[in-house]
Design a protein around this ligand. Sequence first.
Ligand code: KG4
Ligand code: ZN
Length: 342
Amino acid sequence: MSSLVLGIESSCDETAAAVVRDGREILSNAVHSQISLHERFHGVVPEIASRSHLQRILPIIRSALSEAHCRVEDLAAIAVTHRPGMIGSLLVGLSAAKSLALFFDKPLIGVDHIQAHLHAAFMCEPELPLPCLALVASGGHTALYRMAAPARSERIGRTRDDAAGEALDKAAALLGLPYPGGPSIQDSARSGDASSLRLPRPMLGPDSLDFSFSGLKTALLYHLRGSGLSRPMPELSADQVCDLAAAYQAAVVDILVKKLRRAAEQHAFASLAIGGGVARNVLLRQELTEDPVLSQLKQVFPEPALCSDNGAMIAGLGHELWRSGQASGLDLEAMATGQTGR
Ligand code: KG4
Ligand code: ZN
């Protein structure tokens, strides 16, 4: 008999719910993005995020269920993100999931958000050759993993400062481009010249699989305002903005690709997967496909909607955990850090 799992996600600035059949077949994937609420701050404001989740959580769950033509009674389990993320935001999804689980007597499955990003690759490719080298790059996280099996991964590298998406968001703010920076830098970069400015590619020594992105935005800031920050922010022409966006995007992508290549040279992998909002980036996908080392691996790039925050990946991993008997109690806690840290 087939099993339906509801996945609920509210860890950051997307309120999302989805119904997935047998861990793979996505019957609905409803997402409400809060971008319009946070754009004028160039980043997510926790208080605003929690309030918006509160307003949206029930309508989103209702629309996920109705689009999937399913009632709560039909569900095998209710999966919910309980870490890592902003506590006030996590609590909204978690409280909704607990209420439904209690009222309808359904198993509650607590899901780690990063593990769910990793799991998206298994939803696209159930026969994923293992071990798999995986990158999760988003606004809050950037890390490399060795995936040995579904729901079994080990972190092998992580950012020591900013996340890749955060670096793009901050650069966009400096260039006067809209939030979130990833898509707006990608759009501007299309007509820009990436060789107009050579930005640093911090590698943190010859063997490190860790990342550092904070120097990139500082280098861009110094380029714009002089090394003593003595100059006022210059007026940039549209062409200059496109050139700087192209140079910046090239640097971020280059760092990600170089670290993935280094990981593939250090460890034996059979496949490569990417997840998180930055994994939507077209240049990143193209460079990974063309890389002489990484193209030797079976590459799995989930569709863009499965890369950004969504409920389907929560339901997918929730199904896997439910199948292996890993239900949570109603005392499941919201936690700021994840299974493998932030
Ligand atoms: O996974 P996600 O939706 O939410 C977080 O958990 O953070 O990722 C959002 C991040 C933002 O920093 C955004 O600028 C970046 O992903 N992003 C992109 C693209 N689309 C979103 N970065 C590069 N290229 C894109 N096309
Ligand atoms: Zn995420």
